[in-house]
Ligand binder design. Structure first.
Ligand code: G6P
Length: 609
């Protein structure tokens, strides 16, 4: 969703801000703007539409001179996407300009308060109150004004604030919305995520809630709400600019699909030692695990689908009951959670509002929390008792691929680790599974070159399909959920994932002549059951494209088209079969001319409810 970037230094700010905003485009937005200070004046240029419109308006930034500024991509929440509602917002005096991510929950009350003081509002946004509020408290000291204003704000926010009286520094603060500070010789930065800064610096500071930073040309100072300066650790980002660029691929999504073997390898490597799973990042002991009554996995979107895979694998290996719940449901359903519950949180971004709220709710009820997160230092990582990072690197395409795949890997690793501590599986069996896991990246690497043209060919046959079905049983069903979502998200073709055995209890009435059904038959133990389900839908006119393991070439006798997937342990098969499904979605979307990396209406990080 919204993105923030800010810069002060020796170089011209506007081109740097535009470059940063372009790198934040993937988060999803509908308008953009910049504010640049020069000679005691703040110039704001903002517009509805793509960053390119902003770049055109400003002559790629050349028409807005100045070496200090802030920029923003807005994903509308309060007020329609329009020029006037775009950020930055300016106070009535013209002294203060603000960019904001998040939601100010008490903005109506604050607006009334400020209106009584004579402030006139021009936009429909919640953000505008922040500009006027800081202006109201500003008596020549920006830090003091920030503290007073922040004390009155309720909700979530990351704020970048420029003051016309301050030519050498700007201010920023965060609460439940990510914000990092970047340090370099060329100048200093803020951004809502590392991708906006990585072409300038790898040295970053992760801000905590209610920390206010004054970002100066020569240095950065961080303060708490008592106006006391605090020491912050400087971290080094481990990936480089190539990871945030397309590297010759037409789309980030395809690049990220092809990066999966590496991402999976990186996620496994530090956690397998001498054939055993070692999770240095987790403090759960055998006693803790033995005391658990259940595990609840909660997440949104694809991360939730990874959780469904996790349920099957964790229950199988640990025999602890596992529930999977959408974070947006979990947080409002009075869940049965106590200190004998482990709540597993899964999130690529680590900042999804519903997932973060579910985590807080779980903690409030006394649960032990463990999160599986891709972004280091993100809100969810910070709030959890334990974190296992997926080392997928930055994921730019809105539709997740490599992050989902590494989430599966972490779930497998955790299941093996827990089974080892609990003694629910023999040591030899666990070693066999660990070895199988270690071989997964090579297997996916081998699968990709053959699978890519094959899925392109199948997409060319099926790209005009409407209302199709994905069916599967057990882990194939879990993979079907993700395969179906991938297709819907990026191709805008409606599809539904169904447990194959459930189809006949209603939805089979939707099967008619020529209806496409994608049947996932990669669980060998259930192959015959799936074959019967395929026959049922074919008897009613369906065209069936099936995925089966290489040990079942006989699938060709039953399905209209068949894709054979290399074998691994059945517990890990979802990792193999999701790859052709991702490629199928990609090529169907491509054949339909869709905006693959930035599908309409979707955002990469959903930081509002
Ligand atoms: C959005 C994205 C999905 C993602 C979901 C959860 O809806 O479009 O691709 O799966 O958020 O995101 P998270 O960052 O928590 O994994």
């Amino acid at each position: 969703m919204c993105g923030i970037v800010g810069f002060v230094g020796r170089a011209q700010a506007a081109p740097i801000l535009l470059d940063g905003l372009r790198r934040l485009e993937y988060r999803g937005y509908d308008s953009a703007g910049i504010a640049v200070e020069q000679a005691g004046e703040i110039r704001i240029v903002k517009t509805k539409g793509r960053i390119q419109c902003l770049a055109d308006l400003t002559g790629e930034g050349q028409k807005v001179p100045g070496t200090l500024g802030i920029g923003h991509t807005r994903w509308a929440t309060h007020g329609e996407p329009s020029d006037v509602n775009a950020h930055p917002h300016r106070s009535m005096s013209g002294k203060i300009a603000v960019v904001h991510n998040g939601i100010i929950e008490n903005y109506v009350e604050l607006r009334e308060y400020l209106q009584k003081k004579g402030y006139v509002f021009v936009s429909d946004t919640d953000t505008e109150v922040v500009a006027h509020l800081i202006d109201y408290y500003y008596k020549g000291d920006l830090l003091k004004a920030m503290i007073k204003a922040v004390n009155r704000l309720e909700g979530s926010y990351a704020l970048g604030v420029v003051c016309a009286d301050c030519p050498d520094q700007f201010a920023a603060v965060r609460k439940a919305s990510p914000l990092i500070v970047g340090l370099s010789e060329e100048g200093n930065f803020i951004a809502s995520d590392v991708t906006a800064l990585i072409s300038h610096t790898k040295r970053v500071m992760y801000l905590e809630d209610d920390e206010i930073v004054l970002v100066g040309r020569e240095g950065v100072r961080v303060y708490n709400m008592n106006e006391e300066e605090i020491e912050k650790e400087i971290s080094e980002v481990t990936w480089n600019i190539d990871a945030a660029e397309k590297g010759g691929y037409e789309h980030f999504m395809l690049k990220e699909i092809m990066e999966q073997p590496t991402a999976i390898r990186e996620t496994i490597r530090p956690r397998l030692k001498e054939g055993r799973v070692v999770l240095d990042d987790v403090c759960l002991t055998a006693e803790d695990l033995k005391g658990l009554r259940r595990i609840i996995i909660t997440a949104c979107g694809s991360a939730y689908h990874a959780g469904v895979v996790g349920k099957y694998v964790l229950e199988e290996l640990t025999r602890i009951p596992v529930e999977v719940d959408l974070a947006s449901e979990f947080r409002y359903r009075n869940p049965i959670v106590d200190d004998k519950t482990l709540v597993l949180i899964i999130s690529q971004s680590g900042e999804t509002a519903d997932t973060l709220a579910a985590l807080k709710e779980a903690r409030r009820r006394g649960a032990r929390t463990l999160s599986i997160v891709n972004v280091v230092g993100s809100a969810i990582a910070k709030e959890s008792d334990d974190v296992i990072y997926t080392w997928a690197g930055p994921e730019i395409a809105v539709a997740t691929t490599k992050a989902y795949s590494t989430q599966l890997i972490v779930l497998y690793l955790f299941a093996l680790y827990a089974a080892g501590l609990l003694g629910t599986r023999e040591e030899a069996e666990l070693r066999r599974l660990a070895a199988e896991l270690e071989s997964l990246p090579d297997k996916i690497e081998a699968l990709l070159p053959a699978c890519k043209p094959e899925m392109q060919r199948l997409a060319a046959i099926h790209y005009g399909a409407e209302n199709l079905f994905f069916i599967g049983r057990n882990l194939d069903y879990a993979a079907a959920l993700e395969g179906s979502l991938k297709l819907k998200e990026i191709s805008y073709i409606h599809s539904e994932a169904y447990a194959a055995g459930e189809l006949k209890h209603g939805t089979i009435s939707l099967i008619d002549q020529g209806r496409l059904v994608i049947a996932l038959c990669c669980q060998n133990a259930l192959f015959d059951k799936m074959r019967s389900n395929i026959r049922e839908v074919k008897a009613r006119g369906a065209v069936v494209m099936a995925l089966a393991s290489e040990s079942h070439p006989d699938i060709r006798e039953t399905a209209d088209q068949a894709v054979l997937v290399p074998e691994t342990d059945p517990l890990f098969m979802a990792s193999m079969e999701v790859v052709p499904l991702q490629l199928f979605a990609y090529y169907v979307a491509s054949a339909n001319g869709c905006d693959i990396d930035k599908p309409r209406n979707l955002a990469k990080s959903v930081t509002v409810e």
